[in-house]
Write a protein that binds this ligand. Sequence first.
Ligand code: GLV
Ligand code: MN
Ligand code: MN
Length: 388
Amino acid sequence: MLEPLTQIGRDAATGGYVRDAWSPADMELREWFAGEAARRGLDLREDRNGNLWAWWGDPSRRPGVVTGSHLDSVRQGGAYDGPLGVVSAFAALDLLRERGGVPASPLGVVCFTDEEGARFGVPCMGSRLLTGAIRPERALALTDDDDGDTLADVLARAGRRPESVGRDDETLAGVGAFVELHVEQGRGLADHGRPVGVAAAIWPHGRWRFDFRGRADHAGTTRLADRDDPMLPFARMVLAARAAAERRGVVATVGKVRVSPGNANAVPGHVVAWLDARGAAEDDVRALVAELAEGHEVSEESWTPVVGFDPALRDRLARVAGGGTPAPVLPTGAGHDAGILAAAGVPAGMLFVRNPTGVSHSPEEHAEQADCEAGVVALADVLEDLCR
Ligand code: GLV
Ligand code: MN
Ligand code: MN
């Protein structure tokens, strides 16, 4: 099932995927999802926030057990971050059908919209809107910084109704429990020598926009003393972020920067840089950002507090998914829709599939076929257990 997805949104030059929310590639992926739902006779619904739900059974009669992930990607991402969870969800449902019987609870497969926030800057947009974790007015006004289009414009162009987005209690009421399978984005399982693990917690994390303003000028004729070059405070911030992260035992990344006007022969007039900071302890992350922000123009684009997954569900998943020996339980520095649902009070948990190198958000991301298959079996076991 992963195979037909391999050409969608792929950059032939790099082998990386570019699957921005609501882009042509995303629309193709959404069609693929609808096709997989139809092939299985599932009832397909798109909620008011663009999330896709494929149901076996009727969640309005009794809350269901839901599994799935997302199909969008970071720019130049890998093949597994998101799609592995959606493909495994359909495959686990197939396996349950092969095993026979109809689950007592409805079973849903979900594809959350815009998990990465690659286009509008805020991650987990579909699950945040669904649960009311972001105000609709704020979400709709966010802009794609390549072309300035707002999310409202983009939704309208995709034939959706921007005025309908926002907290959706009716859809949420159908979700009795949520389990997201995901490729691991570190080497925890490789170190344990196990193909499948369970998430313990998601680190608190956020994104901050720094605006460094100066004055554009000629690169040859402007004396050094006369320059107001915003590249210099930007460069100092990047180095300070690394030093502060080491000192505080957290991680900090500047992975996106926009230099205007962008002439090789001119002092820039404006540098915009995005800081991503995460760590086990919220106070350390907050302190790092406060330290870096001192004296600069900074705005917080997103913040996700620490998520500790429901301990009873976590232990149940570890027992059932471990196939005899409880699966390892690992924290993660990556954000997920499961974390947003957990924060909204939905019993939620995650399964991780081993990533031999730990590399992710890169075309190099990989998982072995046998481990993916073990993930599907573990997910089917977990769903069967939860649907009882
Ligand atoms: C999502 O993948 C994130 O953690 O940035
Ligand atoms: Mn990701
Ligand atoms: Mn993901």
